[in-house]
Design a protein around this ligand. Structure first.
Ligand code: G3I
Length: 373
């Protein structure tokens, strides 16, 4: 029977609505934020407050190294797998996936409420591809075989972590180092008649496997080298023009051959934003070898960190900055055959004893500064 009397559910509904309005108006009241003079925010908290990710990468020993795990969960709000999701690390033997380390990283991110970046589906350098792949491509038609293997790999890996890995580096470092052409040494370049078909397929497969994941093309030196930027821009514009499902562009930012300028960073981030894409700084480290004449190299290093975090905070499309290794004791640069002779590089935000360096406060302040009222 129709009646004008309110039902119990309507009464309860009104009470709930009234309470939410009351709570909403309370939340407008001043509360402590990272912008307050006496605020004691971590980098991750400041990043969250300005809608950004401040991330770091997993260590070789995984998250069982508890002092490091604790440092990461307290100071960052995002984590990237450093090696464990590389094709070569996941599938050492043809057909046999070992997800143990990758599962551990994804679980660590979930348990601690950190955004998870998956690095990387297709990378032709070092241990990016599995050792057995070359031999596989020698049998029959290499492009056809690679297409099959790519599909199998993406379905297996992106499918496994669907909804849990929010962002993927789909293709890493397509360009020759410090140049604007696709690397002719790339097995993907060599196997495909048209390299664009390789790129399109990689992104389409990833999108099919997890339509909600953000898909990135990640390049190494494009933030400070003009040729790298030009080559990257050309590739990305092609992807966008062809309607390939790309969401963003990663600027790695390993500063070992040169340093970035803040205005140039802003321009380059904005160039991709104008194509409708997101941007991230995905692998930031700043070697102190870049400051041979500095009175205090750690002060100079802090200025570079401020430039990078500040530029990202200035451009709306830039959603985050990830540092490559959480502390100086874990940096890949001191172990790499090419760069070890110049060690120690001390390139991260924390020293070997896990104490924050000048770059830490500089990065946090640079994130906040463009958003101060
Ligand atoms: O896991 C093996 C281990 O089983 C073995 O005992 C040990 C012996 O040396 O090697 C271990 O693998 C090493 C791995 O790091 C984990 O420590 C590889 O040899 C070594 O090549 C690998 O280096 C990584 C490199 O990529 C190559 O994959 C670095 O840690 C990692 O920081 C670096 O990251 C790359 C990005 O993926 C792409 N952009 C450039 C960046 C720096 O090169």
């Amino acid at each position: 029977m129709a009646t004008n009397e309110p039902s119990w559910s309507q009464v309860v509904g009104c009470l709930v609505l009234g309470l939410s309005v009351l709570l909403a108006s309370c939340s407008d009241a001043p509360s402590t934020t990272c912008f307050d003079v006496d605020a004691d925010c971590t980098l991750g908290e400041a990043a969250g407050e300005v809608g950004r990710f401040a991330g770091t990468t997993s260590e070789a020993r995984g998250w069982t190294d508890e002092p490091v795990g604790d440092l990461v969960r307290r100071n960052f709000n995002s984590v990237t797998s450093q090696n464990e999701l590389k094709w070569g690390a996941l599938v050492r033997t043809r057909g046999v996936y070992d997800f143990a380390h990758a599962d551990e990283t994804v679980a660590f991110a979930e348990e601690n409420g950190l955004r998870m970046r998956g690095h990387v589906l297709f990378w032709h350098r070092l241990n990016g591809p599995p050792a057995w792949l070359d031999a596989e491509l020698d049998i029959g038609d290499p492009e056809a075989r690679l297409r099959e293997l790519m599909r199998e790999h993406v379905e297996t890996v992106v499918g496994r972590y669907k909804g849990r890995i929010h962002t993927w580096d789909v293709v890493n470092e397509p360009l020759v180092l410090l140049g604007d052409q696709v690397d002719p040494e790339s097995m993907f370049f060599q196997a495909f008649e048209n390299y664009e078909d390789f790129l399109d397929l990689a992104f389409r497969l990833a999108h099919e496997a997890d339509p909600d994941a953000k898909l990135f093309l990640n390049e190494i030196f494009a933030s400070f080298n003009q040729s790298s930027f030009d080559g990257l821009y050309r590739l990305v514009q092609g992807l966008v023009d062809r309607g390939t499902p790309i969401d963003g562009v990663g600027f790695q930012g390993h500063y070992i051959f040169g340093l970035p300028e803040r205005e140039v960073l802003v321009e380059r981030f904005q160039a991709f934003a104008d194509l409708g894409l997101l941007v991230e700084v995905t692998e930031l480290d700043v070697s102190i070898s870049q400051f041979p004449n500095a009175v205090d190299p750690f002060v100079s290093q802090a200025e570079v960190y401020a430039d990078v975090f500040g530029a990202c905070s200035e451009v709306e499309a830039c959603i985050g900055v990830t540092t490559w290794n959480s502390h100086d004791g874990a940096t890949w640069l001191d172990r790499d055959a090419t760069f070890a002779p110049r060690a120690p590089h001390s390139p991260t935000l924390f020293d070997e004893e896990l104490n924050p360096k000048p770059a830490y406060d500089a990065a946090r302040e640079a994130l906040l500064e463009p958003h101060r009222g």
